[in-house]
Structures are given as structure tokens and as C-alpha cells.
Design a protein around this ligand. Structure first.
Ligand SMILES: Cc1ncc(C[n+]2csc(CCO)c2C)c(N)n1
Length: 207
């Protein structure tokens, strides 16, 4: 089998499972998540998405021109995403000028470090980060209000399509990458899976 995103998911199915199926999301689905847990996630995720926006800017700077369209679409969508996060925080009377928790800080620093990695590694990381939310919010099934809005935002068919196109772009450059770069991409995938699991746990621990 050639080296691609499917292979990464198959090779690391267990850790990917832990990244996308977490009690935090299960309790959103059950409606039993505590406000403090959810609000912690919301605030920390806003801070994460700010740094993710910067990461996507760096991915664009490393990408071949025929990959620009998808990445530029993603960057444009982040304007709305950040505004929406601010709205959700305001509705809950949360202060966005909050300190990042250590897990969030570490993940953001890792995203920053990806900027010096070869493009196939960055494309793989971008796909993995988006897939984690696409699957994570989709897998539990229909969620009750107010979580339904969150689940739909990242579980909807349009977002699923975007993530598929990110996978295609990553696959295209992974297939012809050197063994060393493929190995770096694999390391990035595993690291991101662990960060995703830690991020859910960080919010869950806020109970
Ligand atoms: C910890 C964490 N991991 C992944 C995402 C996914 N994500 C990052 S930016 C964005 C908006 C669309 O590109 C989405 C869905 C997240 N939000 N938080």
C-alpha cells in the first residue's frame, strides 16, 4: 500500500480513536456535560483557532500554487469561525482574554513548529487537525441544544467535503515524498492525535 492518509488512519487506529471519541463529546451528546467543562473547551478552543489561523497562513506560504484555492477557502472561512467563537463566548459571558492552559499552549507551540517542516508534513497535519473535529463532532450522532449547533458546524457534509479535499492534497504530496518526509508526516499525525485527546481531557477535567 502506498503511503497516504488512509494508511496513517489504519496504522494508528487506536490512538485516532482516542483522539475522536472522548467522554467530553459523549456527554455533549447525552446533554450531561457541565457548563464549566464546556465553557473551558470553548475558551481554549478560541485561543487554539487563533493560532491555527496563523498556522494555515504558514501552510499557504509553503504550498504549491495549485493547492492555494482550498487553503485560501479555509483561511477565508476562519474569519467567520473566529467571529462565531466570539459570539458564543459573549452569549455565555466568557472573557476571551483568558490564559491558555498548558495543553493548549503546547499544542499551539507545536503548530508553530510545523512551519519549518516540509510541505507534505504540513499538509498532513492540517488534514489531521480538521478531520479530528469533523469525526469527533459527527460520530456521537445527533446532539441536543445547545451542542447541536457545534456538532453541525464541524460535522456537516460541506465540512466533510473540505476535509476530503485536504486529504487529497496531502495524499498527492505524500505519495512522492522521501522516506524521511513520510516518517515526519507520520510523527506529526501521531502527535496531533495525542494533542487532540489531551485537549478534550483538559476541558473534561474542568468539572
Ligand atoms: C483542538 C482543536 N483541534 C481541531 C480543531 C479543528 N479546527 C481548527 S480551525 C477549524 C475551523 C475550520 O477550519 C476547525 C474545525 C479545533 N477547532 N480545535
Amino acid at each position: 500500500m502506498s503511503f497516504n492518509c488512509t494508511k496513517l488512519l489504519l496504522t494508528h487506529s487506536q490512538i485516532w480513536h482516542a483522539a475522536t471519541i472522548h467522554p467530553f463529546l459523549q456527554q455533549c451528546k447525552l446533554g450531561t456535560i457541565k457548563t464549566q467543562q464546556f465553557n473551558t473547551w470553548l475558551l481554549q478552543d478560541y485561543l487554539f483557532v487563533v493560532e491555527f489561523t496563523r498556522m494555515l497562513g504558514r501552510v499557504l506560504a509553503s504550498a504549491p500554487p495549485h493547492h492555494f484555492e482550498l487553503i485560501l477557502g479555509g483561511l477565508a472561512a476562519l474569519q467567520d469561525e473566529l467571529t462565531w467563537f466570539k459570539q458564543k463566548a459573549a452569549e455565555r459571558q466568557l472573557n476571551l482574554h483568558t490564559k491558555k492552559q498548558p495543553t493548549c499552549t503546547e499544542y499551539c507551540e507545536y503548530m508553530h513548529s510545523l512551519g519549518t517542516k516540509p510541505y507534505p508534513v504540513q499538509a498532513t497535519a492540517l488534514w489531521a487537525i480538521e478531520l479530528a473535529y469533523n469525526q469527533g463532532w459527527q460520530l456521537p450522532g445527533e446532539m441536543p441544544a445547545p451542542y447541536k449547533e457545534f456538532a453541525n458546524r464541524w460535522g456537516n457534509p460541506g465540512f466533510t467535503e473540505y476535509v476530503k479535499l485536504l486529504e487529497q492534497q496531502a495524499d498527492e504530496v505524500l505519495e512522492t515524498a522521501t522516506d524521511d518526509i513520510q516518517q515526519q508526516a507520520e510523527e506529526a499525525f501521531v502527535k496531533i492525535a495525542k494533542f487532540e485527546q489531551d485537549f478534550w481531557q483538559m476541558a473534561f477535567n474542568a468539572a
